[in-house]
Design a protein around this ligand. Sequence first.
Ligand code: CMP
Length: 139
Amino acid sequence: MLQRTFCIIKPDAVERQLVGKILADIQAAGLKVVAMKMIHMTKEQAQGFYAVHKERPFFESLTEYMASGPVVCAVLEAENAITRYRELMGATNPAQAAEGTLRKKYAVSLEANAVHGSDAPETAAFEMSYFFNALEMVG
Ligand code: CMP
């Protein structure tokens, strides 16, 4: 099933000039970029994006961090894109991420974990529409 998922290259990875490497890995894994932009979120925008986590103890720190610098947002398309991109990212905590995954290669901590990806079709739909309108997605 051809599917779309939403990706963020987080502030720690943008700051360390890893955008090109991460996009190269994404494309080498067969995921096609169908929308992309660089933005610097306000804390309120980060809170809206991560609203599902608002009761979690890390919410304040996470949203502060996500607003700390520019990020690259993208929509990726492939057969089973959600699962494939999650496998490419690896475990949320880089200490537990498998060899060869984006978080193993590029993440520095559980919070500054280099990349975000949608975990289900419903969250992918919400997350894509949070940052992109239909005209900004090709194909
Ligand atoms: P992400 O996939 O963007 O989803 C939520 C983010 O919260 C996660 O990656 C991490 O950057 C961050 N985070 C910080 N602490 C935790 C935690 N204990 N469990 C899960 N996510 C955490």
